[in-house]
Design a protein around this ligand. Sequence first.
Ligand code: NAD
Length: 474
Amino acid sequence: MRLANFIDGKFVAPRSGAYFEDVNPATAETIAEIPDSDRRDVDDAVRAAKRAFSSWSGLRAEERSRVLLRLADLIEQNLESLARLESEDNGKPVALARRMDIPRAVANFRFFATAILHGSSEAHVTDSVALNYTLRQPVGVAGLISPWNLPLYLLSWKIAPAIAAGNTCVAKPSELTPLTANRLAELSLEAGLPAGVMNIVHGYGAKAGAALCEHPDVPLISFTGGTVTGGKVAAAAAPLFKKLSLELGGKNPNVIFADADLDDAIATSIQSSFANQGEICLCGSRMFVERSIYDTFVARFVEATARLRIGDPTDETTEVGALISAAHLAKVSGYVDLARSEGGTVACGGDRIEHRGFFLQPTVITGLGCDTRVLQEEIFGPVVTITPFEDEAEAIAFANSTRYGLSATVWTRDLQRAHRVAAALDVGTVWVNCWLLRDLRVPFGGVKDSGVGREGGSDSLHFFTEAKNVCVKL
Ligand code: NAD
């Protein structure tokens, strides 16, 4: 299969005529050729998006909503084939793509398609002198850049609010997982999305992604990806004063107090550690367990980890699939070696699986302190650490001891402690006695090196619009 860019409602070859390979991580086989797009393709896409802006933003919200709802229906009707594509492209179990990734893409389009029908705006009366009201207007051409770990899930999390709010967009999906974005383009034609409203340019980040960030006619960038890349995006966008949302890396703590429901804490922590091979920005990779239950917890957690079924993502019973690439496998397993050299114990897993694909056993590491690199750096794979803590203050200090601040999970039956600890954690999201329970209305984003800005619900709609105050003298 040879992919094409989707520009102005048409599938077009990259200007360079060059392509690179898309590899199935579970088999190491090439499954598609991806356009190696450059500045010229981005420029074509931005021009198409600019042309489409005035008619799309001029539609009534209800008309835009109807198109997006049709697109959501089409994604849902194609759920099975999209789940297979996502699994083939990313290495994740097809059962997970069917349960999580694709339904969430449907939900993203439905949510924002209907949210725009129920918006409200502010008004401020200045004594009897003037009436101020706020207009929220679409910004123009939105530049949307997404990663490989939840390809359609995160791409649609950007495209849906951007175009629902009346913008047009140029999206640059990850070069490692372009297949479902390509299918989305086909479905958008079927849904009747006007040409130029959603453009998709494939290619490398440093080339196509950077060109989008530097483009003077793209006033807004929504980026999800690594922290180092986020810095480059911010540097490119700053001199042009672009609106910027950065959803970046995480090193999320999972704090388990002795009074927690241990069965629930262990079962859910297995998910939060190893779902999607640990390649979810919200996975909890640093577990902190109260000393009095530490030995029991480690023994039970290791036993549950060893029972996970790892292997062929197309097998319905597989729970852990392949890592995204050979390079990423080398990086993640390098952290297992580093853990040993930093004095840690590999309590479970740690080995690659002999296979042409990129598989690593789910891995549990103990015996490391918070100041080690393994507890400081994002690994983004099926590798977690467990560290004991003495009391609440120490748990909070350990949890807050990295440069990241995306999310945290707290396990306790003590209601007051739950609120206290949640308030003290330096993160954008805290889950108490649960994980990855996502309500699309809530603010989502990180603090510190995990990002800038919030998306989700009205935060997304505010980000994808510009507020204008109109002051009318009374
Ligand atoms: P990445 O930063 O390598 O790439 C993300 C996207 O940016 C890709 O589309 C890539 O092509 C593009 N890109 C790369 N260099 C660029 C540049 N110079 N200019 C513009 N675009 C560029 O990230 P990744 O490896 O694809 O994804 C994994 C990372 O994403 C992890 O750090 C993970 O924590 C993070 N992530 C964060 C969230 C969140 O919501 N905070 C969600 C998912 C993933």
